[in-house]
Ligand binder design. Structure first.
Ligand code: NAD
Length: 444
């Protein structure tokens, strides 16, 4: 694996760069550059045909200076320890940059969930939870869904952990089904965060945004943000054009919410192909088409484009919301968007970052742009601990306040240091974690 595509090398490179800018000494890098705990387990699962298969699972607890470890669990054939390490590091910076009282962690099981039955997935999840039970817990390490895990997976984890305790422990995971202490607003949270970041970036770049007092008078009734009408959240962005790579939980929801704000979604793609329409797609209809057929391909009245071409599409806002390492030194020069909102984790390589900075493209980094999910996970954890549940409006307003204040802090830091927003976000996050370590001191 080349240095550019090994995610842990990338994560460490980003950290080293910031340590240098902040003039912190080597002991800080030694402290922040290494995960605290790494667990690898090879565990047996009974398959439906009576055979037994051994699966490999990982959990990396990166840093807990600011609070319990927090991070998802993914099921994927390509999961590696380095990937999990990198994702755990990014979770540490993500929770810090948006001011959550959490550290960072991540987990994964090497498996192809598409080839497993529901019963096999349940047995795999319950056994993996039992293996993790020595390190997870509502005050210690709180998993959540990630690629190919979902609310049902979280319900199995919660139930298995609770069976061993002898009582229900809702706070041990987030991303749970609503019936089991999940939070309203969690499903849309990451896409909503992307939409809010995209709109704020447009304001910073002096795009024409329309305040609510104007557009409400002009008869856009019913188009306002249904759950947060106060504090200028109703700003519309009519005419801004958007292209999205990835049309899943993050991409499709960001597209829907941006369209509701007046943006024109002119191209979207999924793993099979891309579709484009100059006048703008009707995202509700595209979602319906994808739900029926499984793909965006062949949606009526659109031109087909390759999944790769989407990144170079002529638009104001590009949202990579699929995979890592998509914007590289090979295509960064061809990017036409003025704003990139990183819905996915790690879609831009460091070399691409510096090309984009020179081109004055505003990149809203993943640790800020896709933090909506972990912000609402935090709200879910708080609700679960208190057994007191909030309205969707409360959740959405609190999400908006937290992500926008982080956006402005990151923006200002990037201006103060003359760096891109990713570096600005890392400066803030590394400072917060370093401060926490200093104040706590080293035990004993
Ligand atoms: P998802 O599985 O719901 O959707 C992924 C989408 O990407 C699918 O539409 C898939 O078809 C598409 N895709 C896969 N390969 C592609 C390719 N080569 N080209 C174009 N599209 C391709 O996943 P998701 O939850 O939307 O997550 C997407 C990204 O966002 C991941 O990097 C994930 O780690 C990150 N993320 C998700 C959340 C969340 O709350 N869901 C939070 C933070 C970060």
């Amino acid at each position: 694996m080349s240095e550019e595509s090994n995610p842990f090398d990338i994560a460490q490179g980003q950290l080293k760069k910031v340590i240098k800018i902040l003039n912190l000494d080597k002991s800080v890098y030694d402290c922040l550059g290494n995960p605290h705990l790494e667990l690898t387990v090879n565990f047996p699962v009974k398959m439906d045909d009576g055979t037994v298969r051994i699966f490999r699972g990982y959990r990396v607890e990166y840093n807990n200076s600011r609070g319990p470890y927090k991070g998802g669990i993914r099921y994927h054939p390509d999961v590696t320890m380095d990937e999990v390490r990198a994702l755990a590091a990014w979770m540490t910076w993500k929770t810090a940059v948006v001011g959550l009282p959490f550290g960072g962690a991540k987990g994964g099981v090497v498996c192809n969930p598409k080839e497993l039955s529901k019963n096999e997935l349940e047995r795999l999840t319950r056994r993996f939870t039992a293996e993790l039970s020595i390190i997870i817990g509502p005050e210690k390490d709180i998993p959540a869904p990630d690629m190919y895990t979902n609310p049902q997976t979280m319900a199995w984890i919660m139930d298995t952990y609770s069976m061993n305790k002898g009582y229900s422990v809702l706070g041990v995971v987030t991303g749970k089904p609503l019936e089991l202490g999940g939070s309203l607003g969690r499903f849309e949270a990451t896409g909503r965060g992307c939409m809010l970041c995209a709109r704020e970036a447009l304001k910073k770049l002096n795009y024409k945004v329309i305040p609510p007092e104007i557009w409400q008078k002009n008869g856009y009734k019913g188009m306002e943000d249904e759950s947060c009408k106060d504090q200028g959240t109703g700003f519309r962005i009519d005419g801004a054009t958007v292209a999205l790579q990835g049309f899943g939980n993050v991409g499709a929801i960001a597209a829907k919410l941006l369209q509701q704000k007046g943006a024109k979604i002119i191209a979207v793609s999924d793993s099979r192909s891309g579709i484009a329409k100059k006048d703008g797609l009707n995202i509700f209809e595209v979602i319906e088409h994808k739900t029926k057929t499984g793909y965006v391909k062949d949606f009526e009245g659109t031109d087909e484009i390759t999944p790769e071409a989407i990144l170079e599409f002529d638009c104001d806002i590009l949202i990579p919301a699929a995979l890592e390492n998509q914007i590289t030194k090979n295509n960064a020069e061809e990017i036409k968007a003025r704003i990139i909102v990183e819905g996915a984790n790690g879609p831009t390589t460091p070399e691409a970052d510096s090309i984009l900075f020179d081109k004055e493209v505003m990149v809203i980094p993943d640790i800020l742009a896709n933090s909506g999910g972990v912000i609402v996970s935090y709200f879910e954890w708080v609700q679960s601990l208190q057994s007191f549940f909030w309205s969707e409006r409360d959740v959405n307003c609190k999400l908006r306040d937290r992500i926008l204040s982080a956006f402005h802090e990151v923006y200002q830091t990037s201006k103060d240091y003359g760096v891109d927003m990713r570096t600005g976000a890392y400066i803030l996050a590394v400072n917060k974690v370093t401060e926490a370590i200093k104040i706590r001191g080293i035990f004993p």
